[in-house]
Ligand binder design. Sequence first.
Ligand SMILES: Cc1cc2nc3c(=O)[nH]c(=O)nc-3n(C[C@H](O)[C@H](O)[C@H](O)COP(=O)(O)OP(=O)(O)OC[C@H]3O[C@@H](n4cnc5c(N)ncnc54)[C@H](O)[C@@H]3O)c2cc1C
Ligand code: FES
Ligand code: FES
Length: 479
Amino acid sequence: MNLDNKISFVLDGKIQIIDFNDSEYTPTTTLLHYLRSLPTHKSVKEGCGEGDCGACTIVIGEINSDKIQYRAFDSCLIFLPSIHGKQVITTENIGNSDNLHPVQKALYEFDGSQCGFCTPGFVMSIYALYKQNHIPNKTEVTDAIAGNLCRCTGYRPIIDAAEYVCSNKTEDIIDKSEKETVALLNSINKTETIFISNSEQKYYLPFFKKEALKLRKENPQAVIVSGETDVALRVTKKNELIPNIIDISLVKDLKFKIETDNAYIFGANYSLEDVRQNCRGKLDALYDMLCVFGSRQIRNRACLGGNLGSASPIGDAIPVLMAYDTELTLESVNAKRTIKLRDFITGYRQTKCNVDELITEVYVPFPTKEIIIKSYKISKRKDLDIATVSACFSLKLEAGKVKNICAFYGGMAAWTKRAINTEKYLMGKEWNRNNVELAMKELVKDFKPISDARSGEKARNIMAKNLLLKFWSETEKVK
Ligand SMILES: Cc1cc2nc3c(=O)[nH]c(=O)nc-3n(C[C@H](O)[C@H](O)[C@H](O)COP(=O)(O)OP(=O)(O)OC[C@H]3O[C@@H](n4cnc5c(N)ncnc54)[C@H](O)[C@@H]3O)c2cc1C
Ligand code: FES
Ligand code: FES
């Protein structure tokens, strides 16, 4: 274990080292606060501090087979140690008022900025898209900036600027130094577990699963973080001091995707954006749900293991993966077991994951041809909003009758729950409107939703019923 109490990363074309000994920074200082503490990176703005406005968006470069992959992230949700071994890019690194980057120039020329508070965040979201080296369509452009709020300009000129600049890409300052940056990134230790501590906190940063499991066994009280998008809010919003953290975000052998003839197997650290980009055509209900999951910045960071591990009653991947009959692999130092996701969650944010275990793999079978799976999410806004009610249904029909149906709902109970009475009622019946409307009455027996700021009990019941009806209306012709 590396006990130097230091992390290294690339910023401003150089390796930067943060020494946490006698430092103004703690292991849970966010990247946003670090950048704003520097005299040279004040463009990074703090708006909400919780991933909702995108004012703090930066781009992070990570080595991917000798090339650098550039992605946008909310710096307010990143604990400093997890940037170890990466390249951090802010607007100051790509251009300045004497020499604007094409993205900055386009926003200026298309009148895409007024007060300017949101502009550096937009620049970085558009820059990440620009670095993908392909001409995006309008949906891709709006998806790339859905995590950035602008209160004064209006989005049309911003979208126009993004479409223009991404269709007219030229080599830029970051491309020109990419070889040197790769060499710098490769020179940083990414094998020996890093341990950061101060008088109040201990932060472990392993690079391998074996080491992560060992740390998990030795520190059962430690909080696990993968993408941190859930846990970081405990620090940024609740001012909580988390004394012990095992950050598994850099564990390489938990970040993978394997495709077999009949399933995808994802490592727990596979990001939700990577899942989204891979599941279209194979797991369409999952794709649809991930298209309305948070924002690009959130999905780039959040991991499958984190969404399932959070066991949130409004975790969007949970009802969908339950409908696909997903299995999880849970591992500890000496043991490995599999469990169905349907049996994994036991209560409000409670799971069957033991204190010495980690979710390591997520096995998602491809549905057979005759099974229809569809997902739905009702929220106050389409983008960047959490679900009021969500649902995912799986249906198998035989001669127009229900051979099998599974209905999983989020937002209707303290955890993602199955509508057992509704399913029972529909089994063996004709898949017609009359039977579905009668089944909708059974839903009231399945759930007793709460009333909260997002919605009332009565409204949630109506939404749940109507989602079943919507599913029927979209599948009635498939008989
Ligand atoms: C602005 C914003 C928007 C959001 N929008 C959505 C949304 O639309 N839909 C939605 O569902 N959620 C949303 N979230 C919540 C959050 O992003 C997701 O739950 C996300 O999937 C969490 O993943 P993570 O990797 O960031 O988890 P983390 O914060 O790292 O961890 C979450 C929990 O999972 C546990 N955990 C992580 N990895 C493992 C593992 N391998 N084994 C065991 N336990 C593990 C951790 O201990 C922790 O309790 C949003 C959050 C923010 C801040
Ligand atoms: S400050 Fe709003 S997303 Fe980070
Ligand atoms: S230009 Fe003012 S918030 Fe966007």
